[in-house]
Design a protein around this ligand. Structure first.
Ligand code: NAD
Length: 345
């Protein structure tokens, strides 16, 4: 299937290409669905090798946002923006020009931060469009909310797998100690879990995890095969693949990373191996629940936390259904989100 065929197959409502020569802007904004509300998804800036590679990414990501937002129970659709540029080429003019593109869509697409864009860039966008969420002065950094949702999702996974959501004494391997991973590791440690960790950079954070959380450090390529109860991917996508599945000794996989499973076949293989999987776009929805509130209501942290804690129930119900039907957890999660998009929340 080529990328243009993908548009029809995924059912995108609108895919818009924009250029602005003076600002050196080339971008694509994909609106996958506005059935539940305006399409929300961050703006990714990346030095894509080709327009086709950028189109492939934005189509996949925008559809993923429709699923994530619907599964989180928000009256929001799914979209995404990609700017084809090197992060070293970021300028005010570039983000102002991108914001004009967002503005031209009249509120059908709401932008936010993503890979290589941050709250500073979002502030620049605000000069030209009101359609920006995840503002530093309103909902702020989404990562702590993502970590809270992941912690709840891990507890639900433990309840399903081991019969109790008490993590005390469980061994949990955390891959990646970044904004979400380190925060999650702190919560797991406070709940009595034993930690095995790895991180490919940042020695300082590794030393902190070892000294303050009593974590055991392993090399980045050893983490897949460690003896643990739960593996929590918090770094990269596609880490459940043909190489790693034979290595896993864990009973369950539950963490923050996006697009954890390489492809459908790997989802089936994981299920066959008897490893429980908490679907990524369900368990990592805390951040978008936080930012998304800006889109449809007055931001209220208590309300956000209530919605984020509900990730526990959503994860648990999906795991139960997967057990009942024998289908991979990711298939159940996608159907759950698609039904909400089709039939309403
Ligand atoms: P981050 O960049 O702050 O942290 C990622 C960490 O992983 C970094 O410390 C990096 O050094 C480490 N890392 C990279 N490659 C690694 C490897 N091969 N082995 C071990 N460690 C490695 O990112 P983040 O915001 O914490 O997000 C983590 C994951 O969660 C990403 O996949 C992201 O897409 C996903 N996610 C994040 C949020 C959020 O609110 N930040 C929301 C939803 C999903």
């Amino acid at each position: 299937m080529n990328t243009v065929e993908m548009i029809a197959q995924y059912g995108h409502e609108e895919v818009a290409f924009f250029t602005n020569e003076a600002a050196k802007l080339k971008c694509i904004i994909a609106i996958h669905s506005t059935k539940l509300g305006p399409a929300l998804g961050g703006c990714r800036l990346y030095p894509y090798k080709s327009m086709d590679a950028a189109l492939f990414d934005v189509l996949r990501l925008s559809r993923g946002m429709s699923f994530k937002n619907a599964a989180a129970g928000m009256p929001i659709g799914g979209g995404k923006g990609v700017i084809i540029a090197d992060p070293s080429e970021k300028t005010d003019a570039l983000f102002e020009a991108y914001a004009e593109c967002v503005e031209s869509l009249g509120g059908r697409y709401l932008t936010a931060e993503d890979v290589n864009t941050d709250t500073h860039d979002a502030d620049i966008m605000l000069r030209k469009t009101q359609y920006v969420v995840g503002r530093a002065d309103v909902s702020g950094d989404p990562s702590p909310f993502t970590a809270i949702g992941c912690f709840d999702g891990i507890r639900a996974t433990a309840k399903f797998t081991f019969g109790t959501d008490d993590l005390n004494g469980l061994t949990i391997a955390v891959q990646g100690l970044g904004k979400v991973g380190y925060d999650l590791a702190c919560q797991l440690h406070a709940a009595g879990a034993k930690l095995i960790v790895c991180n490919n950079k940042n020695r300082e954070i590794m030393a902190k995890a070892v000294n303050e959380l009593g974590a055991t450090e392993v090399a980045a390529d050893e983490i897949y095969g460690v003896d643990c109860d739960i593996f929590a991917p918090c770094a990269l996508g596609a880490i459940v693949n043909y190489d790693t599945i034979p290595q896993f000794k864990c009973k369950a996989i539950a963490g923050a990373a996006n697009n954890v499973i390489l492809d459908d076949e790997c989802g089936v293989a994981l299920k066959k191996k008897g490893i429980v999987y908490a679907p990524d776009f369900i368990i990592n929805g805390g951040g978008v629940i936080n930012a998304g509130q800006e889109a449809f209501t007055t931001y209220d942290k208590e309300n956000v936390l209530k919605q984020v804690h509900n990730i526990y129930n959503t994860v648990y119900n999906i795991l139960e259904e997967s057990k009942a039907t024998g289908e991979p957890e990711g298939v159940i999660a996608q159907r759950f989100a698609e039904n909400r998009i089709k039939n309403g929340l």
